[in-house]
Design a protein around this ligand. Structure first.
Ligand code: 3PG
Ligand code: MG
Length: 403
């Protein structure tokens, strides 16, 4: 009962407090993808915050201040990262007026008159230096704006920033929003009370970023399915020559250690048996499928092949819980996307409890048109990874606890 997930699940949520007549500040994660004209290409994160915002409206909070970051601005105001780009979509989704405010003085002044229900959207909090520094004076300035602090920014909950972490020291009542709780519930189902067998499907380019994950889940999962460029390093560790493919030479020994550990814990490991190879990633002319034993000189492995897909399909179809993080190839390039998209379809159609995390993986699942069929899609990339790694996310750390 002392896992990181259980600890985080023990925080108070909005349901445990009364927001009537209170000034509520909600840290949301509106860090959504946009095109060059600032059109939002995926508003899932905004939609995911609606239950918390609506609850505060329905329970007569006297004001709601929404705080978020967008992108990674460096050094103050930058139009590309302004939260003005979010305002209209938010108004449409909430069907309410949202007042955009870009400075603290105005926000403080407007927020003191607390007789009518108002919704403020504050400018990108990362335009302020104190945010990333978790500067105490800045945390206090934020805390002073509200009676109740609600953290609902699951996607940013792995950051120790002023609005996700330090602010809690300056507010008496601090709780988790519904999105935070939903995410914890989903991961509880996958990791704490799972129906075995559990398969962890990992991909993406680097072992180095997933190594903590691989070692921390070893005692929990039954199957480890490894694809994407990171599988090249594993294959190299098994003695195959992956030629020009991306291999992390410094991690070949690590890969061997992971395989040995899997054996020790009786975790079944599935690696590609065939791969799609290309003479060039940017300008492919010669693209073919070969067994992993036969990668050609000068060629790069860029996707899993059909035999691997069959192997992985059988492994996931015989699982009852599937956790997926990381694409199977360079899915952004159409020619190399098949493995990832087909696996998305296979997992989504399985009877297992399926949970997907990680920005790229969620994007791939969406592009494959399978988003609706997964049991749970996490709004967190780095945050969901750290959760799987067994860490306590800073965004939960300072919240009030249920006795
Ligand atoms: C994300 O998209 O991963 C979150 O919004 C966190 O953003 P960050 O990685 O810039 O902190
Ligand atoms: Mg990130």
């Amino acid at each position: 009962m002392t896992s990181n997930i259980n600890i985080m699940g023990g925080v108070k949520s909005l349901k445990d407090i009364d927001v009537t007549g209170k000034k509520v500040l909600i840290r949301v994660d509106f860090n959504v993808p946009m095109d060059a004209q600032f059109n939002i290409s995926d508003d899932s994160r905004i939609r995911a915050a609606l239950p918390t915002i609506n609850y505060c409206i329905d329970h007569n909070a006297c004001s709601i201040t929404l705080v978020s970051h967008l992108g990674r601005p460096k050094g103050g105001y930058d139009e590309r990262y302004s939260l003005t780009h979010i305002q209209k979509r938010l108004e449409r989704l909430l069907q309410k007026r949202v007042e955009f405010i870009d400075d603290f003085e105005t926000l403080k002044r407007e927020n003191t008159q607390c007789s009518i229900e108002r919704i403020f959207l504050f400018e990108n909090i990362r335009f302020y230096e104190g945010e990333k520094k978790n500067d105490p004076a800045f945390c206090k300035q934020l805390g002073d704006l509200c009676d109740v602090y609600v953290n609902d920014a699951f996607g940013t909950s792995h950051r120790r920033d002023a609005s996700t972490y330090g602010i809690a020291d300056y507010v008496d009542t601090k709780v988790a929003g519904f999105l935070m709780m939903r995410e914890i519930e989903a991961f509880t189902k996958a990791l704490e009370n799972p129906i075995h067998p559990i398969a962890l499907v990992v991909g993406g380019s680097k072992i180095s970023t997933k190594i903590t994950l691989l070692t921390s889940v070893m005692q929990k999962v039954d199957k480890l399915i490894i694809g994407g460029a990171m599988s090249n390093t594993f294959l190299q560790a098994l003695g195959y020559d992956m030629k020009a493919s991306l291999v992390e030479a410094d991690f070949v020994e690590t890969a061997k250690a992971v395989l040995a550990e899997a054996k020790q814990y009786k975790v079944k490991v599935y690696l590609p048996v065939d791969v799609v190879i290309t003479d060039s990633i940017e300008h492919p002319i010669d693209v073919k499928v070969v067994p992993v034993q036969d990668v050609l000189d000068g060629f790069h492995a860029v996707d899993i092949g059909p035999a691997t897909l069959k192997l992985f399909s059988e492994a996931v179809e015989l699982s009852n819980t599937i956790i997926w993080n990381g694409p199977m190839g360079i899915y952004e390039i159409n020619q190399f996307s098949k493995g990832t998209y087909k696996l998305a379809t296979i997992i989504s159609e399985s009877y297992a409890y399926s949970i997907v995390g990680g920005g790229d993986t969620v994007d791939a699942v969406e592009k494959a048109g399978e988003k609706e069929k997964f049991s749970f899609i996490s709004t967190g990339g780095g945050a969901s990874l750290e959760l799987l790694e067994g860490k306590i996310l800073p965004g939960f750390e300072k919240l009030d606890r249920k006795s």
